[in-house]
Design a protein around this ligand. Structure first.
Ligand SMILES: Cc1cc2nc3c(=O)[nH]c(=O)nc-3n(C[C@H](O)[C@H](O)[C@H](O)COP(=O)(O)O)c2cc1C
Length: 299
């Protein structure tokens, strides 16, 4: 039974995508990456970035709250040192993080001709970096401007990764689609605060962080359902997946691909287990992923 999914002309061997920031640059666990539908790198900024002060992670059974920030090697080292080392058979998507149009211009102009790169995920949504992606992603106007600039600079697939923090994600989704994005990634982490009551101050070094993991899944499912019914480009879900059942729920809600994020921090081989669960489901049901996308029925 084939699990393949097409987004336009781009083929994915199955609907699973390893989410940005939860699997590094794809240099380890390649036996997992090579079984997935696609892989997204950690966010790349123009300049090398050391990220936020410690502590950077607070977690419980149901949630991760991270304030890693955009710790990454920066464009020059990514292109010259990291990219040549990436050796995967799965489509490689590079997550691009910028604070303004110039950043995105520099990033895309530098990377667009790289044959190894299948496409770009525009990080319009990172809530962790002051004056960062959040400011861009919260306004439909700015989302539209970044996306249309990116569209003018590359013919590779463009995924716009959006936030729902302090904004109407239906409007930013429409702006990204109108500006030429090939798909929407819904959503990045939610703004979150952990308080150390003894110290009477925030627990995380950066002051606040981004909430992810199973607790956000019902919320993201709702957003995926609403947006995918209103916007005419594919939606890629990102939020709280830990099982094959979660993936099937997202497909029914209207997602064409589904990202695995925080679960990779718990178990880097989780993607393999989830893939087996999906295979079993689709074999038993005698249908394909494409056959259930958006097929959620009304109550
Ligand atoms: C530690 C950590 C680092 C992340 N780094 C990035 C990043 O660099 N760029 C980005 O767009 N999203 C980043 N994310 C967000 C994830 O890609 C994903 O969208 C989010 O965690 C929701 O999915 P999940 O609930 O499956 O984790 C990060 C998430 C975590 C937990």
């Amino acid at each position: 039974m084939s699990l393949e999914v097409f987004l336009g002309k781009a083929r994915f061997r199955n609907p699973l995508v390893l989410a940005s920031g939860t699997f590094g640059y794809g240099l380890t666990h390649t036996h997992v990456i090579d079984r997935m539908g696609a892989f997204v790198t950690k966010g790349i900024t123009v300049q090398e970035c050391v990220g936020n002060p410690q502590p950077r992670i607070w977690d419980s059974r149901e949630t991760v709250i991270n304030s890693v920030g955009l710790e990454n090697v920066g464009l020059k080292r990514f292109k010259e040192e990291t990219l040549p080392l990436i050796d995967i058979s799965t489509p490689l998507y590079v997550n691009l993080a910028g604070v303004d149009l110039d950043d995105f211009r520099i990033l895309i102009e530098s990377l667009s001709d790289e044959e190894k790169i299948a496409g770009f995920e525009l990080n319009l949504s990172c809530p962790n970096v002051k004056e960062g992606g959040a400011a861009l992603g919260q306004s439909a106007d700015r989302v539209g401007k970044v996306t249309s600039l990116a569209r003018s600079l590359t013919t590779k697939p463009l995924w716009a990764k959006l936030t729902s923090n302090f904004c109407d994600v239906r409007e930013t989704s429409k702006a990204a689609a109108d500006a030429g994005a090939d798909a929407l990634v819904l959503i990045n982490t939610l703004n979150a605060l952990v308080i150390d009551i003894k110290g009477r101050k925030p627990f995380l070094g950066a002051g606040s962080g981004g909430l992810s993991g199973p607790a956000i899944k019902p919320y993201v499912l709702y957003i995926v359902k609403e947006v995918s019914r209103q916007i005419n480009i594919p939606v890629i879900a990102s939020g709280g997946v830990t099982s094959g059942t979660d993936v099937i729920e997202y497909l029914l809600a209207g997602a064409s691909l589904v990202q695995l994020g925080s679960i990779n921090l718990v178990d880097p081989e989780a993607g393999l287990r989830i893939l087996e669960e999906l295979k079993r489901y689709f074999e038993q049901e005698g249908i394909s992923p494409a056959g259930i996308i958006g097929r959620l029925e009304e109550r």
